[in-house]
Design a protein around this ligand. Sequence first.
Ligand code: ZN
Ligand code: FE
Length: 253
Amino acid sequence: MKIIIIKCLKDNYSYIIYNEQTLMSAVIDPSEADPIIKEIEKNNLQLKYIFNTHHHYDHVGGNSKLKEKYKCKIAGYEKDIDRIPGIDIKLKDNQKWKNELLECEILHIPGHTSGHISIYVKEINALFTGDTLFSLGCGRIFEGTYNEMFDSLKKLKKFPKATKIYCGHEYTKKNSEFCISLDPNNSKLINKINNINENIKNDNPTIPSTLSDELECNIFLRTDNLKIQNQVGINSGDPIKTFTKLRDLKDNF
Ligand code: ZN
Ligand code: FE
């Protein structure tokens, strides 16, 4: 099984996963149809499924055109049937779903939107996190509470450390500037920033990240760290308060 990373719109990523023998494929979060069609045709793929991590237009924008062209099935969270265009397959929290192309695990991770999910494909070690977990950041809280977002990130932290993180946007550079401003002595973060800058200079995606990198460098996953708590003025040792403070600071960064 292989992954193709596709740049869409201004800073979105869509992902095609495909089986090299059967050439069957699925796309995650097609922001727009044309760049996906281009890759499908270039690689002679057959598009069987669309997965949407959530209903925002920059993640579902290509649904209708792709469905019409390829007669593929669209899978999204069961409670977002009115918001995900063309949905056929209603995914549930904790569902393990197997089809002719792949086996995956769905988690409901609300916060950015109430119906946000992640998709884990164990065979390729890949976790698609949409706009919940970004490399060195997390999504804005639009429909949920700080607690919900915190709990959703906590669920994602439990995957194997080597898991590759494929998120919905190229926000890594800006996120890294926020992390380093509050965590200036983190040598792992400093190394990661060097890699990020190198990738950006060469016009390469900074994605995928790994969960182990994120656990060590992403400040939103490090809210139980004393230094970080002190840095944002939380003296009660409360990770959720720290998370809330960080999220607010980032919204104005
Ligand atoms: Zn979004
Ligand atoms: Fe988005």
